[in-house]
Design a protein around this ligand. Structure first.
Ligand code: UDX
Length: 456
């Protein structure tokens, strides 16, 4: 069996590499000549742990190929995956499907024999049917079916997520297509992965509902964290206390600066729009979108307050700028709202990120980029952790305190525990926990003093 994957972005490249690892001959197609040339040389355009080795291994074995020519890739393929971008359309927040539909036309022109056309990109309800119409109009003679097979992988853990998923969702309405999809995912049957076969519409909606649910879960704990700060509770205890209820679950209850990345922000807005269009509003998701947007800006206020309210002539040291660790992805990263607000408040901003600086440089003018965490906090009046990279979990705290102008740390990812920060002599502000004051006492954001001892 041979397949083609159109689009070599995150989802396309990881899916292509993983299907080839499953033993299927896979051709990845992209219009971008330079990208394909680089991929042929084994250069991976994104930072994703394990991907370079996986691509090299399967390319060497002849199972994974790269080309700009869609015709040869599609002709004779049993399945063609559409994994092109679906960015938010400017203005209305709807998913922009122009790349998807263009790919569908290109595929149609090159079909030979029975082919399953599969949407892997996140696409709104109704897209698979529209693709069916487009292909049928272009090639009334073609023998094909359309399937929806959304991808749930997370950046930074993409390969494990693809190879050992919680479930696979396949919208598929013909036995022939189901058989092709079963063949492709055969290795997952061996590890007893649940495969959810359903209709095209349900499959498309599952993807949006899953992401909206997770975004809601994060936003819920973020608001509970704000309340914790007021009343002197610790959000870690609250998250654990509720998460141990199997109906709630412990994952995705980590309070922080608001979700970012390539999926949650875009998919939540797109779901709100789709729901409005069908006159069936998802008010809870609309609220999540609004709360999360505001939250990123509120995070800048916290850093400004920790710096004394006016940052003119002051230096802020930023640790981490990507939307989460183990990626160089800057899409909708909270840093993109926070850092410009700090600059506007008059601060000099020094920043360091283990892999994201190359991307970030283009998006954050006015920042001084430095080569390690200590250089970022040296002579700073406030330091702020924006991304929980492992190397920020193990900072030499006495050294940090010594080289800063004032040892003030705003930790938007709750990397440190309060007692350690008190002991190291920091003023420490985190999310959903009382602030550690310079005299090692704790204060709630309502001004009450809570003794550290009582919390040990
Ligand atoms: C997400 C979904 O997890 C994945 O299933 C989907 O296919 C694509 O979108 P990804 O964007 O790679 O994956 O990252 P994820 O690890 O889910 O984190 C998304 C954002 O939520 C990050 O900004 C992260 O910092 C934030 N987050 C996550 C929290 O603030 N708290 C949490 O508890 C979990």
């Amino acid at each position: 069996m041979r397949i083609a994957v159109i689009g070599t972005g995150y989802v396309g490249l990881v899916s292509g590499a993983c299907f080839s690892e499953f033993g299927t001959e896979t051709t990845c197609v992209d219009l971008d000549q330079t990208k394909i040339e680089r991929l042929k040389k084994g250069e991976i355009p994104i930072y994703e742990p394990g991907l370079e080795d996986l691509v090299a291994k399967n390319a060497k074995a002849g199972r994974l190929n790269f080309t700009t020519e869609i015709a040869s890739a599609v002709a004779g393929a049993s399945a063609v995956f559409i994994a092109v971008g679906t960015p938010s359309r400017r203005g209305d927040g709807h998913a922009d499907l122009s790349y998807v539909y263009a790919a569908a036309k290109d595929i149609a022109r090159n079909l030979t024999g029975y082919t399953v056309i599969v949407t892997k990109s996140t696409v709104p309800v109704g897209t698979a049917r529209e693709i069916e119409r487009i292909v049928r109009a272009e090639r009334p003679d073609a023998d094909f079916d359309v399937c929806s097979n959304p991808e749930f992988l997370r950046e930074g853990a993409a390969i494990t997520d693809f190879m050992r998923p919680d479930r696979v969702v396949i919208g598929c309405e013909s036995d022939r297509a189901r058989e092709v999809m079963r063949q492709l995912y055969r290795p997952l049957y061996l590890i007893e992965t649940p495969i959810v076969f359903t209709t095209l519409e349900a499959s498309e909606l599952i993807k949006y509902a899953a992401n909206a649910f997770l975004a809601t879960k994060i936003t819920f704990i973020n608001e509970i964290a704000d309340l914790c700060e007021k009343v002197g509770a610790d959000v870690h205890d609250v998250a654990r206390g509720i998460g141990l209820d199997g109906r709630i679950g412990r994952k995705f209850l980590h309070a922080g600066p608001g979700y970012g990345g390539s999926c949650f922000p875009k998919d939540t807005i797109a779901l709100v729009r789709t729901a409005e269009e069908h006159n069936s509003p998802v008010r809870i998701v609309a609220a999540v979108v609004e709360i999360n947007d505001k939250r990123k800006r509120q995070m800048a206020e916290r850093i400004i307050d920790a710096g004394g309210g006016d940052l003119t002539g002051k230096t802020v040291g930023i640790l981490g700028v990507t939307f989460k660790p183990n990626t160089d992805d800057m899409r909708d990263a909270p840093s993109l709202d926070i850092i410009p607000a700090l600059l506007k408040a008059g601060a000099r901003v020094k920043a360091y990120d283990p892999v994201g600086m190359h991307e970030a440089e283009k998006l954050l003018p006015g920042v001084e980029w430095v080569e390690d965490a200590y250089k970022a906090v040296e002579n700073a009046d406030v330091a702020a952790i924006l991304t929980e990279w492992n190397e920020f979990r193990a900072l030499q705290l006495p050294r940090v305190a010594e080289i800063m102008n004032r040892p003030v740390l705003v930790d938007l990812r709750n990397v440190y525990n309060l007692a350690d920060m008190a002991q190291a002599g920091f003023e420490y502000h985190s999310i959903g926990r009382p602030a550690v004051l310079p005299d090692a006492r704790l204060a709630t954001s309502d001004g009450k003093i809570v003794e550290l001892k009582a919390r040990a």
